[in-house]
Ligand binder design. Structure first.
Ligand SMILES: NC(=O)c1ccc[n+]([C@@H]2O[C@H](COP(=O)([O-])OP(=O)(O)OC[C@H]3O[C@@H](n4cnc5c(N)ncnc54)[C@H](O)[C@@H]3O)[C@@H](O)[C@H]2O)c1
Length: 254
């Protein structure tokens, strides 16, 4: 069944939409979108986000999918466009943190999974959304990287490697959309009050050296990230393409 949407506003797709940052992005985009599609491997979390998007007065759709699967990504992109119409905004946000461990003890399987979800997942999202956006010639994509895309962090080898790769994919995609009205940017959050940072902090408690470079400034809120994603996805950022947009209250100022 096709969902009736306001064709004057863009359709937004948010992966990892059941998580803290993805949920804030979905709710923020609800203000300016015709509909928000919430994709997550955790269907219950995605459904809760969709409920909040609808409470904000916007249509919502939930898809359970694993972003590291090519067939599932192709299927959810097609399903969203079939149900809601052309995707105008894509928040390519799903990600995992792995474990805190020094490199010489870092588990191979954790490293592999980080590359599968954080790198291949972002690649697949870009691939399948761009294949549809390019013929139309318009749209905005925001990949969620991290300040771990531009600096090392002791104890987070897999995560840091994966987020550096997200920035490389963003820059490559940005060059491939030159001359169109498509823009591809990365957002680089510093530590944000969230399940992910609580988990990393708890693990770092067992190895204090691991996150020592995170700095001592206050952690941000998911809404701080969502506001900047909404800006990057909007016409106000019409001239911003290929940017690595740091949102960390100055924590990584050199
Ligand atoms: N929390 C932070 O401090 C912080 C800082 C910088 C960057 N980030 C990035 O922000 C993004 C969102 O993180 P968050 O803090 O909201 O974490 P989170 O764990 O709350 O949310 C991540 C969401 O992604 C989903 N997910 C995980 N693997 C998936 C898969 N294979 N397929 C589909 N969905 C999957 C999870 O179910 C979860 O709902 C991630 O890319 C993360 O690396 C977070």
């Amino acid at each position: 069944m096709t969902i009736e949407v306001d064709t004057e506003r863009p359709v937004a797709l948010v992966t990892g939409g059941g998580g803290d940052i993805g949920r804030a992005i979905a709710i923020r985009l609800a203000r300016s979108s015709a509909a928000v599609a919430v994709v997550d491997i955790d269907e219950r979390a995605a459904a809760e986000t969709a409920r909040r998007v609808e409470s904000a007065g916007c249509k919502a759709m939930v898809v359970r999918a694993d972003v590291s699967s090519g067939s599932e990504t192709a299927a959810f992109v097609a399903e969203v466009e079939d149900q809601l119409g052309p995707i105008g905004i894509f928040a390519n946000n799903a990600g995992i943190e792995g474990v805190v461990a020094p490199l010489h003890e870092y588990p191979d399987e954790t490293f592999d999974r980080l590359l599968q979800v954080n790198v291949k997942g972002v690649f697949l999202g870009l691939k399948h959304v761009l294949a549809r956006m390019l013929p139309r010639g318009w749209g905005a994509i925001v990949n969620t990287a991290s300040t771990s895309a531009i600096r090392g962090r002791a104890g987070l080898a897999g995560y840091v490697a994966s987020k550096h790769a997200v920035l490389g994919l963003t820059r490559t995609a940005a060059l491939e959309v030159l001359g169109t009205r498509i823009r591809v940017n990365a957002i680089l959050p510093g530590p944000i009050e969230s399940r992910m940072i609580r988990e990393l902090d708890e693990q770092a408690g067992r190895d204090k050296s691991a996150l020592r470079r995170a700095g001592s400034a206050a952690y941000g809120r998911p809404e701080n990230i969502a506001d900047v994603v909404a800006f990057l996805a909007s016409d106000a950022a019409a001239h911003v393409n290929g940017a690595a947009w740091v949102v960390d209250a100055g924590m990584t100022v050199p």
